[in-house]
Write a new protein. Sequence first.
Length: 382
Amino acid sequence: MTAHFSIQPPPIAKLGDTLAQVSTPALLIELDAFEHNIARMAEMAKLHGVALRPHAKAHKSSVIAQKQITAGAIGICCQKLSEAYPFAAAGISDIYISNEFIGPAKIAMAIELARHVKLSLCVDHIAQIEALGLAASAAGVMITVLVEVDIGQARCGVARMEGLATLVDCIAQHSALRFGGLQAFHGGIQHLATWDLRRTSAAASAEKVAAYAQFLSARGVACPVITGSGTGTAEFDVASGVFTEIQPGSYIFMDAHYGANEWNGSAMPRHSLFIATTIMSTAKDDLAVCDVGLKGVAIDSGLPILKPGQNDELKFVRANDEHGVLKIIDNAGAFSRDRLGEQVLLIPGHCDPTANLYDQYVCIRNDKVEDMWDIDARGLSQ
Ligand SMILES: Cc1ncc(COP(=O)(O)O)c(C=O)c1O
């Protein structure tokens, strides 16, 4: 007969622990840099009179969303309807789903969310509008709908003026729907390596959005909101005179992919997101193996890098499921066996999918655990 008993792994850290005591792999937030990033983006948006609606898909944590709102954000973006639930439950009252969805199960979630929060949604097809309009009317809720226009991303969004007009007219026919404006995000230009290339590309994108808005204006339709932008172009988009709202996400963390961009002065966010990992094997002379692999770090935008200034002679060269291989890069000789058990801090290549792999952020200040925040929308991707 099988014995049943209650057994659970211990917490990865406790408040007041030193960084060295944190059980690895763990996702860390360095609070000084994180707070700097939150404040800087809020100030920049405020200075230009543009609303800040940060993208919560980057962090998936209602604690962080509350901090962004306290700093001046008007609400948040989510990318998926289910992702919005923990934020709504935590009291975030203004949520925009900046992504298309289709089907009765998704409509049902939209209606349920609309009963609890000020909800706005994004469409690019008449079928999405018809189904939503009927459901909203039957439920007695009012939903704001934005139409996505393609400004170069070649993904979702209408690419022709007539297509935009058809959708706006369709929204107007539904008494439970209100046309909210335009969704215009160009992810492809966020990581252009030079500052000047991003600046000119952002200007070209803003011109495209402006043309859509002017087309609607000529038909007597106002766009109350023109929303888009990301961490890489926010500094240009706030000053464009076109965007009324920006939706950057990664700026709070500054992953290694964004760190490789050329930045100009104070617009550069600081690295605040790290993975604490431990060297768990030194059996070979020329490498060390740490305890984080694909299950703890996303590598779609490049391998993680080591935190500069620490272990600069090592390079992360390979991730397997639970192993990270670190190579000696300066031909300094054999890797010391004594370094077994040493903690190494990594900066993930891409923050969004990395955060989605963890249950909690371990928040660090002065090498001490100051707080632990749940990643409560983790895995909610429906
Ligand atoms: C629609 C939308 N808005 C905003 C963002 C935020 O971009 P970033 O995390 O690069 O700031 C993204 C990211 O992919 C996005 O898809």
